[in-house]
Design a binder for this molecule. Structure first.
Ligand code: NAD
Length: 333
């Protein structure tokens, strides 16, 4: 049994990780900036702390007396958020820097950093038939402006804390993670959740159309949350010091993703393509040779199956929200 800090525990991936670590019998401290009632999942048998981890003293408070740190805290979102909030994304550098300093000074044994496929060189993502980004494709560096540069810098910070101070650090480059208990509206949601929500809302409102960002031909791969949670632990407890891809290599176009969601919903919508909306790189996929070779990790949840679970969860949230609005309207009349 270890004492483990999860930073960003009120978020999507952090919430799932906390649950898994408790299940394994660890003592967990869950930390997030958001008030507790806004966390996606709150576990009662955990030390839940609301702290702004951009502040150095809060990072010392968060890690003191614990053995390991998983840093999943970042000011982030889908393309719509990161393209319009570059400075905010870069300020997350304070979180990782101060957590590393506190971890070094407080004698933390292992430190995990959640990096992203957004570190990869944009010039290698211009073709929708992307064969997959290898770990070495991050250099020469031309990361996603703002968010991606912060991730790349923080990866290197982890490396140098390991080399210079002997802090054991591990880094995963996540490729689009999706699943229940995550962001599905409000502007920070990513493509799978956004498309599920739009299709569900169209069904409820009797609308016949859906707006797609870009021309729908851009490609991505999407990793289901359960595979991500296993991969995070596999990487954390491995002896692999360099950043590893953690993603699916089942690449689809956004149009194909919409096809899957419509198939689950049981109806088709007319697609309106918003070519001015943020759309990110043209083609992105995860190349998994290294993680397969070193850790025998492979995603186990096919996209269709994971999207079905996500769709069902978002559907419950949207229906509950529309009932709540109706109740409030009746009460206000
Ligand atoms: P999320 O937004 O759901 O969770 C991040 C959490 O960090 C949020 O709850 C937020 O409140 C918290 N946070 C932000 N600023 C903070 C601060 N100053 N102090 C304390 N907490 C703070 O995002 P997620 O999808 O769970 O992502 C987790 C990590 O994985 C992030 O670092 C993200 O950049 C990375 N990542 C995620 C994806 C993905 O597809 N979800 C892809 C690549 C990388």
């Amino acid at each position: 049994m270890k004492k483990i800090v999860v930073a960003g525990a009120g978020g999507f991936i952090g919430g799932h990780l906390v649950k898994e670590l408790i299940k394994k019998g660890h003592i967990v401290r869950a930390v997030d900036l958001k008030p507790l009632n806004e966390w996606y999942q709150v576990s009662s048998d955990v030390d839940n702390l609301v702290l702004d981890l951009r502040l150095r003293e809060n990072c010392y408070q968060a890690v003191n007396g614990y053995n390991e740190v998983f840093n999943l805290a970042a000011d982030m979102g889908g393309m719509g958020f990161i393209e319009n909030n570059k400075a905010a994304c870069m300020i997350s550098v304070l979180i990782n820097t101060h957590l590393l300093l506190a971890s070094k000074d407080c004698g933390i044994d292992r430190f995990f950093y959640a990096s992203s496929a957004c570190v990869y060189n944009g010039d290698k993502q211009t073709d929708p038939r992307n064969p997959g980004l290898k770990e070495s494709d991050a250099y020469p560096a031309l990361a996603e402006d703002g968010y991606g540069w912060e991730k790349l810098f923080s990866e290197r910070m982890c490396r140098h804390f390991r080399e210079d101070f002997g802090l054991t650090t591990r880094v995963a480059r996540f490729h689009n993670v999706y699943g229940p208990s995550g962001t599905y509206d409000g502007g920070r949601e990513k493509a799978p959740a956004a498309i599920c929500r739009k299709v569900i809302e169209a069904g409820i409102a009797g609308k016949k159309e859906i707006v797609i960002w870009g021309d729908g031909l851009q490609t991505r791969s999407f990793m289901y949350i359960d595979d991500c949670i296993k991969g995070i632990q596999d990487i954390m407890y491995s002896n692999i010091e360099e950043p590893l891809n953690l993603g699916s290599s089942e690449m689809v176009s956004i149009n194909q993703l919409v096809d899957i969601v419509e198939d689950i919903a049981g109806y088709k919508l007319n697609r309106i393509y918003d070519l001015k909306a943020p759309k990110g790189v043209r083609g992105r996929n995860s190349e998994n040779t290294l993680i397969k070779k070193y850790l025998e990790w492979e995603p186990s949840v096919p996209l269709r199956k994971g999207i079905k679970k996500t769709y069902d969860w978002i559907s419950e949230q949207v229906v509950e929200e529309s009932r709540r609005k109706k109740r409030t309207n009746r009460f206000n009349k």
